[in-house]
Design a protein around this ligand. Structure first.
Ligand SMILES: [Zn+2]
Ligand SMILES: [Zn+2]
Length: 81
């Protein structure tokens, strides 16, 4: 029996799809890592790039790094290393 799963980003029906569970318990289906990134990765509120990896969160806002957080006036933020 083949497990059917459809990527929720591109709609691709692919047998090797995988699941990603988020912190709130929601489950997402993707056929590839690039689709997962497209769906899951937050966007830096300053430079609009996709945040892959740690990123910085300040008062509910997401940035790709401390330099972008500071550029938006969020003082006292240090990069997670
Ligand atoms: Zn996909
Ligand atoms: Zn940025």
């Amino acid at each position: 029996m083949r497990l059917m799963a459809r990527c929720e980003v591109c709609g691709n029906d692919y047998g090797m799809a995988f699941y990603v569970e988020t912190q709130d318990g929601a489950r997402h289906v993707f056929d590839s890592f690039s689709c997962a990134i497209h769906r899951m990765a937050p966007v830096c509120e300053h430079c609009r790039c996709r945040i892959i990896g740690q990123g910085v969160e300040a008062a509910g806002h997401f940035y790709c790094g401390a330099h972008c957080a500071r550029a938006e006036g969020r003082a006292g933020i240090v990069d997670h290393v």
